[in-house]
Design a protein. Structure first.
Length: 142
Protein backbone atom coordinates (compact mmCIF):
# COMPACT_ATOMS: atom_id res chain seq x y z
CA UNK A 1 0.00 0.00 0.00
CA UNK A 2 2.64 2.52 1.06
CA UNK A 3 5.99 1.59 -0.45
CA UNK A 4 7.88 4.70 0.65
CA UNK A 5 6.97 6.94 3.57
CA UNK A 6 8.47 10.39 3.99
CA UNK A 7 8.78 11.18 7.70
CA UNK A 8 9.00 14.93 8.30
CA UNK A 9 11.07 15.40 11.45
CA UNK A 10 11.56 18.45 13.67
CA UNK A 11 14.74 17.35 15.47
CA UNK A 12 12.90 17.82 18.74
CA UNK A 13 10.74 16.09 21.35
CA UNK A 14 7.82 15.60 18.94
CA UNK A 15 9.92 13.11 16.96
CA UNK A 16 9.92 10.78 19.98
CA UNK A 17 6.20 10.12 19.38
CA UNK A 18 6.26 10.25 15.57
CA UNK A 19 9.15 7.89 14.82
CA UNK A 20 7.92 4.83 16.77
CA UNK A 21 4.46 5.19 15.25
CA UNK A 22 5.78 5.37 11.70
CA UNK A 23 8.40 2.64 12.14
CA UNK A 24 5.69 0.26 13.38
CA UNK A 25 3.56 1.13 10.35
CA UNK A 26 6.55 0.56 8.04
CA UNK A 27 7.26 -2.84 9.62
CA UNK A 28 3.67 -3.96 9.10
CA UNK A 29 3.53 -2.74 5.50
CA UNK A 30 7.11 -3.48 4.43
CA UNK A 31 7.63 0.21 3.62
CA UNK A 32 10.87 2.10 3.13
CA UNK A 33 11.37 5.27 5.14
CA UNK A 34 12.79 8.59 4.05
CA UNK A 35 13.63 10.58 7.18
CA UNK A 36 13.56 14.26 6.29
CA UNK A 37 14.40 17.33 8.29
CA UNK A 38 14.22 20.84 6.89
CA UNK A 39 16.74 23.21 8.45
CA UNK A 40 15.17 26.63 8.29
CA UNK A 41 17.46 28.98 10.21
CA UNK A 42 19.12 31.98 8.58
CA UNK A 43 22.12 29.99 7.31
CA UNK A 44 19.89 27.23 5.94
CA UNK A 45 17.50 29.58 4.15
CA UNK A 46 20.37 31.57 2.60
CA UNK A 47 22.95 28.80 2.20
CA UNK A 48 23.14 28.76 -1.61
CA UNK A 49 22.46 32.44 -2.27
CA UNK A 50 25.14 33.69 0.12
CA UNK A 51 27.55 30.76 -0.36
CA UNK A 52 27.59 30.15 3.39
CA UNK A 53 29.49 27.49 5.29
CA UNK A 54 27.44 24.90 7.13
CA UNK A 55 26.15 26.32 10.40
CA UNK A 56 26.14 24.42 13.68
CA UNK A 57 22.39 23.97 13.16
CA UNK A 58 22.95 22.23 9.83
CA UNK A 59 25.76 20.06 11.22
CA UNK A 60 23.64 19.09 14.22
CA UNK A 61 20.64 18.27 12.01
CA UNK A 62 22.78 16.11 9.72
CA UNK A 63 24.19 14.18 12.70
CA UNK A 64 20.68 13.76 14.14
CA UNK A 65 19.38 12.27 10.89
CA UNK A 66 22.39 9.98 10.55
CA UNK A 67 21.87 8.59 14.05
CA UNK A 68 18.16 8.11 13.51
CA UNK A 69 18.70 6.24 10.24
CA UNK A 70 21.14 3.88 11.96
CA UNK A 71 18.60 3.26 14.74
CA UNK A 72 15.76 2.55 12.30
CA UNK A 73 17.95 0.31 10.14
CA UNK A 74 18.92 -1.54 13.32
CA UNK A 75 15.24 -2.40 13.68
CA UNK A 76 15.35 -4.11 10.28
CA UNK A 77 13.86 -1.33 8.18
CA UNK A 78 15.14 0.18 4.97
CA UNK A 79 15.72 3.86 5.62
CA UNK A 80 17.53 6.84 4.18
CA UNK A 81 17.78 10.44 5.31
CA UNK A 82 17.66 13.78 3.60
CA UNK A 83 18.47 17.18 5.04
CA UNK A 84 16.73 19.95 3.12
CA UNK A 85 17.36 23.66 3.56
CA UNK A 86 14.77 26.41 3.40
CA UNK A 87 10.99 26.60 3.69
CA UNK A 88 9.67 23.45 5.42
CA UNK A 89 6.35 22.96 3.57
CA UNK A 90 7.91 23.57 0.17
CA UNK A 91 10.87 21.28 0.87
CA UNK A 92 8.68 18.48 2.29
CA UNK A 93 6.48 18.48 -0.81
CA UNK A 94 9.48 18.69 -3.15
CA UNK A 95 11.26 15.78 -1.41
CA UNK A 96 8.12 13.63 -1.43
CA UNK A 97 7.74 14.10 -5.17
CA UNK A 98 11.44 13.69 -6.03
CA UNK A 99 11.69 10.48 -4.00
CA UNK A 100 8.36 9.05 -5.18
CA UNK A 101 6.93 8.77 -1.70
CA UNK A 102 3.32 7.67 -1.39
CA UNK A 103 2.69 8.86 2.18
CA UNK A 104 3.90 11.83 4.21
CA UNK A 105 3.96 11.37 7.99
CA UNK A 106 4.15 14.40 10.25
CA UNK A 107 3.83 15.14 13.93
CA UNK A 108 1.05 17.41 15.11
CA UNK A 109 1.39 19.14 18.45
CA UNK A 110 -1.69 21.31 18.34
CA UNK A 111 -2.23 24.92 17.49
CA UNK A 112 0.10 27.60 18.71
CA UNK A 113 -2.48 30.30 17.96
CA UNK A 114 -0.45 33.45 17.46
CA UNK A 115 2.56 31.55 16.11
CA UNK A 116 0.42 29.81 13.48
CA UNK A 117 -1.18 33.10 12.48
CA UNK A 118 2.15 34.90 12.09
CA UNK A 119 4.29 32.10 10.63
CA UNK A 120 1.70 29.80 9.12
CA UNK A 121 1.47 26.10 9.76
CA UNK A 122 3.65 23.58 7.97
CA UNK A 123 0.98 20.92 8.36
CA UNK A 124 -1.72 23.21 6.97
CA UNK A 125 0.24 23.93 3.81
CA UNK A 126 1.43 20.35 3.28
CA UNK A 127 -2.00 18.77 3.73
CA UNK A 128 -3.60 21.21 1.29
CA UNK A 129 -0.95 20.89 -1.42
CA UNK A 130 0.17 17.26 -1.15
CA UNK A 131 -0.98 14.99 -3.99
CA UNK A 132 -0.52 11.97 -1.68
CA UNK A 133 -2.00 11.05 1.71
CA UNK A 134 -0.69 12.82 4.81
CA UNK A 135 -0.64 10.98 8.14
CA UNK A 136 -0.73 13.23 11.20
CA UNK A 137 0.43 11.74 14.48
CA UNK A 138 -0.44 13.57 17.70
CA UNK A 139 2.86 14.31 19.40
CA UNK A 140 1.83 16.55 22.27
CA UNK A 141 2.13 15.19 25.78
CA UNK A 142 -1.14 14.39 27.49
Amino acid sequence: MYRKILVALENGPADEALVPHVTELAKRLGSELLLLHVADGFAARNFDQLKLAESEEIKSDRAYLHGLVEKVQGEGLTAASFLALGDPPREILKAAEANRCDLIAMGSHGHRLLGDIIHGSTIHEVRHKAPIPVLLVCTKKK
